[in-house]
Design a protein around this ligand. Structure first.
Ligand SMILES: Cc1ncc(COP(=O)(O)O)c(C=O)c1O
Length: 394
């Protein structure tokens, strides 16, 4: 067949000579995956990862990253989603039906709660809130299907009583799911975190934070050990058309080589800052799981035996400071940039008013405006100087 030059530009031999070894694996970008013949079309099994059929079901690039994330978290299976929030929502959609009950910690990541409120209003899912520091406040019923855990919790960073909460859930055959973004698979093993080899059932991770490490890519993952749970999630993943870009996967896969070094460095810098922040009179409280004065410290010691932590630390200012004071402080920071998220090279700051953010009593938290610092990869001494200078504005 003699083809026109236009057709030739499209169909000319596309494969350069193969078989070179490179540090990073080749990158596949695919919506369409070409079948060899019609028999292969009829025989395809989209749930079989070696039977590639369409981009949404996976490519070698997405599977490579998924396998590495499963390995990072000591799980067996991993599904990727376009953001951490999307990974959270995938779990809720797969495990909750009308009339089911789900328990969430009071310090849950806010947008995750927003999705549950949507399921409550639209489908009659029952949402109950427990105190992560007190496992007695988690009171499952026959309707309870899911227990959400977050270690440490968002913004106020209380480390939960993971051991007793998971034990109780297991006694009642309730599926446990941990938002493991803070621990990142490095601070503790979500699938074996106690002397009694306790394990959560599902680990959700906002890969946007440490695995990306650049502050530029959004992605999430859902890791499991049990194939049965993975299959349930896989079907919802396919039903909802959840998929991720090959380019983004390749970028995250590249950053995974140094995730542990970055995590350790940010953990060390956070300790330097913590030491200094605790001595400043402007703050009533410095919240970090390694601070013996922070709620949940003993649970952190129990689970994070290498005493590592993500680079997040929050402070509650003295009550005399007004919102305008706190805004002046945040605006005066030079190295800390004002923005959401964490785990990237640039340190970030965000201000919060706890009023309206918690539904239970929280006597362990002082009244006053809260500022959360996310420690990046800058020198810790420079970060301290930046905060010191901004405090002068008060
Ligand atoms: C604890 C936690 N989980 C999940 C997410 C959601 O991740 P993403 O921003 O990728 O949606 C965030 C984002 O800040 C988070 O802090």
């Amino acid at each position: 067949m003699k083809n026109s030059s236009q057709t030739k530009r499209i169909h000319a031999p596309r494969l350069a000579p193969q078989y070179i070894e490179t540090i990073q694996p080749p990158l596949y970008r695919a919506s369409t995956i070409i079948f060899e013949n019609t028999q292969k079309v009829f025989d395809r099994h989209w749930t079989d990862r070696y039977d590639y059929s369409y981009g949404t079901h996976g490519t070698p690039t997405t599977y490579t990253l998924a396998d590495k994330i499963a390995q990072l978290e000591n799980g067996n299976y991993c599904l990727l989603a376009p953001s951490g929030l999307s990974a959270i929502n995938l779990v809720n959609s797969a495990f909750l039906q009308s009339g089911d009950e789900v328990w969430v910690p009071d310090n849950i990541y806010g947008p995750g709660m927003a999705h549950l409120n949507y399921l409550k209003q639209s489908f009659g899912v029952i949402v109950r809130v427990y105190d992560p520091l007190n496992h007695h406040s988690f009171q499952p019923t026959a309707q309870t299907k899911l227990l959400w855990l977050e270690a440490a919790g968002s913004v106020t960073l209380e480390f939960p009583d993971l051991v007793n909460l998971v034990k109780k859930a297991k006694q009642h055959q309730i599926t446990t799911v941990l938002d493991n973004t803070w621990g990142a698979g490095l601070a503790f093993n979500a699938f074996d975190f106690s002397d009694e080899h306790l394990s959560v059932d599902i680990s959700v991770h906002a890969l946007t934070k440490y695995p990306s490490g650049g502050g530029d890519i959004l992605m999430g993952s859902v890791v499991t050990q049990e194939h049965k749970l993975h299959l349930k999630l896989l079907h919802m993943h396919a039903t909802q058309g959840i998929s991720v870009s090959g380019d983004d996967c390749a970028q995250i896969q590249r950053s995974l080589a140094h995730i542990e070094l970055r995590y350790q460095q940010q953990s060390r810098s956070t300790q330097d800052l913590l030491h200094w922040l605790k001595q400043q009179s402007e703050f009533q409280q410095v919240l970090h799981p390694s601070n013996p004065l922070s709620a949940g410290h003993e649970f952190w010691l129990e689970v994070c035996q290498d005493q590592q932590s993500a680079g997040l630390v929050s402070v509650i200012f003295q009550e005399k400071y007004t919102l305008e004071d706190i805004r002046r402080f945040c605006d005066a920071l030079q190295l800390f940039k004002l923005g959401f998220s964490w785990g990237g090279p640039v340190s970030l700051v965000m201000l919060y008013d706890l009023k309206g953010m918690r539904s239970l009593e929280h006597p362990h938290l002082a009244n006053g405006f809260l500022v959360r610092f996310c420690i990046g990869l800058e020198s810790s001494q420079d970060l301290i100087t930046d905060i010191q200078n901004a405090l002068q504005t008060l």
